[in-house]
Design a protein around this ligand. Structure first.
Ligand SMILES: [Zn+2]
Length: 389
């Protein structure tokens, strides 16, 4: 795997410019400049984040309210949800440092002013290993070796038809299913693929580890094999309501919404709805779901721990605001008190979830005077939401 000189990347990074990109314009100037904290879990209304020169003369940031801080790499990880490797590669890209070139002696410092680059998803091609693994895993789920994974998914109320329609799979781990470096290898786990919105080709996946002993529950391909697409469009196994999209946090919740016969989108981490990222996210959603109204249902992080920050609900409110600015109808719904997420709610009371979606669809089917049919022509009636099981 290519290596990158971390120090060279940090030296070539303009932390002030990066902070403004991620956190917005600062208040104040020079040493007194303060940015809104990049930590999505810290709703920093009065800017608390400053930049200062640390040991070895390297620039660092610190939020004086929540204590979060670090280098430019930490800033990207905190503000966008990137992994350390993704953040390092992103900064290297901006500074014009590539893994093959980083040892070039005396690289001129003029490259310290990076030119704007298009988003990573337009630059990084998807490695064919992604498609190979997703296809193999989608097959293994239905074989005897996948029985434990199928039980896990059935216990979450997900039907075989829905799992097959979304090419959900089982990764037994590298001993049974070889893969190149850069793909998750601490399996076994469930493979939730991200399929291209138009040609349905696998472009990414998220692995949900089944071993509860592991420190991390989810893993994903390295940035240089496939960029994180941030959003996954799920397929429902019935005719979807044409003008309604549910946006959820993660795959199990989005599959739950798809199970109710709705077009569903999984957001791969609420960090992508941070103050800096929410406008881009909303623009993409309106482009990828033209004419659709949106229901947002993110996790209640405080459901089991009232001491936690309501990061999910803050992200949902931000995204709802942004979508509304695109003249879309948006409803932000929350699970009942004490229930963490949509899938947990469905497990507890499937009928209630179907009823809520049906009622919301009725509520949102408002006449549209601008583009609706003439009043004397028959109004087309959209398909009713199917009954729950
Ligand atoms: Zn903070």
């Amino acid at each position: 795997m290519p290596t990158i000189d971390r120090d060279a990347v940090l030296d070539a990074t303009d932390l002030t410019a990066l902070a403004t990109e991620i956190c917005g314009e600062p208040q104040g100037r020079g040493r007194a400049a303060r940015w809104h904290c990049p930590n999505p879990a810290h709703p920093d209304e009065h800017p608390s984040m400053g930049i200062y020169q640390g040991h070895h003369g390297r620039w660092r940031w610190k939020c004086h309210a929540c204590g979060d801080g670090g280098t430019a790499i930490d800033l990207l990880m905190t503000g966008t949800g990137m992994t350390v490797r993704e953040a390092l590669l992103d900064l290297a890209d901006r500074a014009g440092i590539t893994p093959a070139q980083h040892h070039t002696p005396h690289r001129p410092r003029s490259t310290a002013h990076p030119t704007p680059t298009p988003p990573a998803e337009q630059l990084t091609p998807v490695d064919p290993a992604i498609g190979t693994l997703v296809t193999a895993a989608a097959d293994l789920l239905w074989r005897p070796i996948g029985s434990g994974a199928r039980r896990y998914l059935h216990n979450r109320g997900l039907t075989d038809r829905l799992l097959a329609a979304n090419r959900v799979g089982f990764d037994p781990g590298p001993r049974h299913l070889p893969r190149p470096d850069g793909l998750p290898r601490a399996g076994p786990g469930i493979v939730f693929p991200v399929l291209h919105p138009t040609d349905r080709r696998p472009v990414y996946y998220q692995l949900r580890y089944l071993n509860p002993e592991l420190r991390r529950r989810y893993d994903q391909p390295a940035h240089d094999l496939a960029p994180n697409p941030k959003l996954a469009h799920l397929t429902t196994d019935r005719p979807a309501h044409p003008n309604l999209t549910v946006v959820c946090e993660g795959f199990p919740d989005a599959l739950t919404a798809a199970h109710s016969g709705l077009a569903a989108v999984a957001l791969l981490g609420t960090a992508h709805a941070s103050p800096a990222s929410a406008p881009t996210l909303a623009r993409r959603l309106t482009e990828e779901r033209p004419g659709s109204a949106f229901i947002i249902c993110f996790d209640d992080d405080t459901a089991h721990d009232p001491g936690k920050l309501p990061a999910g609900q803050n992200a949902a409110a931000r995204l709802a605001d942004e979508l509304a600015q695109h003249q879309r109808l948006v409803l932000n719904i929350q699970t009942p008190a004490g229930i963490k997420d949509l899938n947990a709610w469905w497990q507890q009371d499937p009928g209630a979830v179907h009823t809520v979606f049906r009622d919301l669809a009725t509520l949102l089917e408002l006449p549209h005077p601008a583009i609706g049919p003439p009043t004397d022509s028959p109004r087309p009636t959209g398909p009713a939401l199917p009954e729950g099981p």
